[in-house]
Design a protein around this ligand. Sequence first.
Ligand SMILES: Cc1ncc(COP(=O)(O)O)c(C=O)c1O
Length: 350
Amino acid sequence: MTTTETAGAILTIDLDVIKSNYKRLCQELNGTPCAAVVKADGYGLGVEPVAKALWDAGARTFFIAQIDEGIELRQILPDADIHVLVGFLHDSDAAYADYNLIPVLNTLDQIKRWNNRARCDLHVDTGMTRLGLSLDEVNQLPAGLGFDVLMTHLACADEKDHPLTHQQIRDFRQVREQISYKRASLSNSAGIFTGPEAHFDLGRPGCALYGINPTPHLPNPMGNPVRLQAKVLQVHEIDSQTSVGYGATHALKAGQQLATLALGYADGYLRSLSSKGVVYIGDQPAPVVGRVSMDVTSIDVTGLDCVEGQLVDVIGPHNPPDQLADKAGTIGYEILTSLGGRYMRVYRSG
Ligand SMILES: Cc1ncc(COP(=O)(O)O)c(C=O)c1O
C-alpha cells in the first residue's frame, strides 16, 4: 500500500469534474440520452470509481471494448446496460449470459451465431473499416431481426467539417431505413460537438468525460480531472561542464541546477518527452532535459525554488493531458491510458 511518504508520484482524479463533464455533454446533446464509454480502465483513470461517478451523474448505458471489461463492470454496476464493442466472440456465450452483457454484433457470422437469443446491438461500418458490417452486408441481413442500439463510428469527427463525417452521417441515415432498431448512435465526444445532425438517439462519448478536448480547433469545453505530481528525488548544482542521462544527449553548463524526478517511461511518462516535456513548479515551467529513463526524469530548475521531496506538477492546470500529448507527438487518449500502475492514486469527490 503506497502512501504520500513512500510514493514516487501521486495521481489525483477529481470525480466531480468527470461528473460535470458528463452533464456538460448531456447539455450539448440537448435531451438526447448520453451513454458513457469506460473501456481501457475508464481511459486509464480507474474503471470502478469512474463508472460509479458516471452512474451517480445519471449515466445508465455503458460501452466497454472487451468482454472481460464487461464482466468487471458488471460487478461494479449491477443494474447498468453494458454494451461490449468487440462483439460475440467464439465460445463467449456463457460470459454474455452470466453477466447480462449486450454484444455489439460486428459480422454476419456473429449475427447468425447470436441467433436473436437476447438483446444485441449492430455496428455498421460507414467509413472506419475497423469493425462492423459493410454497407453491402447490410443488404444481406436476414429479415425479422431487431437490434437495441444500431451504431456506427466516426473516423474524422475531431477535424472540423471533414467530408468523411458528412458522408458517414448520410450513409448512417440511409442504413437506419433498412434496419429495425430501438436507438441509433453515431457520436463519440467530437461527434457530439459537430451538431444535432450527428446526435441521433444516443451519444457515445469517452475522451471528453476525462477532459480531452473534443473540439481541438476551439478552447476545451471540458474540465481536466487529472493531476499528476512527481517527487523530487535529488537536486544537483552543476559546477562544471557535463551532460545528463542516457546517451549524454543534453549538455549542461556550470551554474545550472537540475532536479531528478521519481517517474519515467515505466509510469507512462513517454520516452518521446525526452528534452521536450515541461513540468511545473507552482506556475513556473521546468523543462525536461535529456532522455526520460525507466524510473526517473531530469528537469532544469535553474533559478527556481526546488528541494528534495517536493512535488512538481507533471499533469495539472498548466499542463493538461492534451498539452503533454502535443509535446510527446501523440494524443491525450494515449497519455491517459498509459498512466502507470506505480502511482499513489487519490480519488476526490464532494
Ligand atoms: C466504437 C466507439 N464508440 C465511442 C468511442 C468513444 O470515443 P471518444 O473517446 O473519441 O469519445 C470509441 C472510442 O474509441 C469507440 O471505439
